[in-house]
Design a protein around this ligand. Structure first.
Ligand code: CTP
Length: 404
């Protein structure tokens, strides 16, 4: 199950860092490719040379090697990994991760990661039980990160209680279990659309919207991690995605229509998260429009509704999921969209919810199903929201939405 997986192992400054040597050996025996990233203080507990020898990869301890000018990209490492495991994680690093203090290569890499993150705390029992540590753990869980809880037992201080990092064998078991249960879309072809579209007015101007593409990209990443063969049709965004996703970049609603309809024929599941423009200029000026008059009228004509067209062509074996971004009569409008576009589910975003919709890294959704029920979720990170949406799709495929 772990054979061929790529794991980024982040190590921070705790005595439990010595356990990462047997942990790496166990992972290597399973056929895992391990890339170690260490905080500066972790190097006081175990040497990078030991871990480089065991992992057969250069250990990264800094963003920039003063000796030879070599630069380690936290973005590249974040994109490379199937999973990031931070073990041991100290109270200090937990606080940085929870609050976005990326002052070292390890936390910068954590923040650049698109993959699931597991963290295994190690600290003295009073530090572990402190409100700030517990608050930080709750924050990380709300970001969709996975806790490998510490054990009760004798601690390095001589005290006895919770705070011992979980044993390497059990950490490997937790990862194995997660990979096993998380491959539920293996063999499925999934099409996801994301981002805005830009509708050209002239060579330098366009009509667009504020969509960042984050929600659609998170959905594509989660599907890929869960074994699906993912095609992502992306509007103009600055997001990056992992290399196992087949990404098609488009600009206009027309290009999004062409590429989505082509991929649709092959798809088992389609999630239209893109904010496609509803109107496009009737004529595109081949030259820059000069401000020759006091007013300018741009005539717009409707674009093709991709989701609606898919709903029309949908086969029995396909599942179609749309989004609805609403400002008023949210549920009624979303339910009407579900029916008029012949979808199986609609994911509703209300712009009245703080932290939801465009531009945020969080979202708050309600999933509207054909049985007339709606399932409201709390405000979460877009990664965690993507998992909720995909869990709902998994249950839809099993004809059981009751446990969303
Ligand atoms: N959509 C689409 N093609 C379009 C417009 C929208 O496929 N030309 C899809 C979006 O990707 C989304 C869903 O339709 O999944 C709903 O988009 P939304 O903008 O909320 O609704 P519209 O149908 O455009 O209706 P309105 O703007 O009037 O609310």
């Amino acid at each position: 199950m772990l054979q061929g997986k790529k794991i980024l192992l982040g190590i921070t400054g705790s005595i439990a860092a010595y356990k990462t040597a047997p942990l790496i050996r166990l992972l290597k025996k399973e056929g895992v490719d391990v890339q170690v990233v260490m905080s500066e203080s972790a190097c006081d507990f175990i040497t990078p040379l030991t871990l480089a020898t065991l992992s057969q990869r250069t250990v990264v301890t800094t963003g920039f090697e003063v000796a030879n000018g070599e630069w380690h990209s936290h973005i590249e490492m974040g994109n490379w990994a199937d999973v990031m495991l931070i073990a041991p994680v100290t109270a200090n690093t937990l606080g940085k991760m929870a609050n976005g203090l990326a002052d070292n290569i390890l936390v910068a890499t954590y923040m650049a990661c698109k993959c699931p993150v597991f963290f295994a705390p190690a600290m003295d029992l009073d530090m572990f039980h402190h409100q700030s540590t517990q608050g930080n753990i709750q924050k990380l869980l709300s970001y969709g990160n996975h806790l490998i809880a510490p054990r009760e037992g004798e601690l390095a201080s001589g005290l006895v209680g919770a705070g011992r990092m979980e044993e390497p064998e059990n950490i490997v078991e937790a990862l194995r279990g997660w990979f096993m249960q998380s491959q539920d879309f293996t063999g499925k072809k999934v099409l996801v659309s994301a981002g805005p579209t830009y509708e050209a007015i002239d060579p330098v101007r366009f009509i667009g919207n504020y969509s960042s593409g984050k929600m659609g990209f998170s959905i594509a990443e989660s599907f890929a991690r869960r074994g699906a063969d993912v095609t992502l049709v992306a509007g103009p965004v600055s997001q990056s995605c992992s290399s196992d996703i087949h990404r098609i970049d488009v600009t206009s609603a027309e290009q999004m229509f062409q590429n989505c309809m082509e991929a649709f024929q092959e798809a088992d599941i389609v999630v239209m998260a893109a904010a496609v423009a509803d109107f496009t200029p009737a004529r595109v000026s081949p030259v820059k429009i000069k401000k020759s008059s006091a007013t300018l009228v741009v005539e717009l004509e409707p674009t093709l509704d991709i989701l609606k067209e898919m709903g029309r062509q949908k086969r029995e074996d396909q599942k179609l999921i749309g989004f609805a971004l609403e400002t008023d009569n949210e549920k009624e409008n979303a339910h009407a969209k579900l029916l008029s576009k012949n979808c199986d589910l609609i994911v509703l975003n209300s712009l009245n919810d703080k932290g939801a919709g465009f531009g945020h890294s969080t979202n708050k959704i309600t999933i509207i199903s054909l049985d007339g029920d709606d399932y409201a979720f709390d405000l979460k990170s877009k990664e965690a929201v993507a998992e909720d949406i995909i869990d709902a799709i998994a249950q839809l495929s099993r004809n059981d939405l009751s446990i969303i």
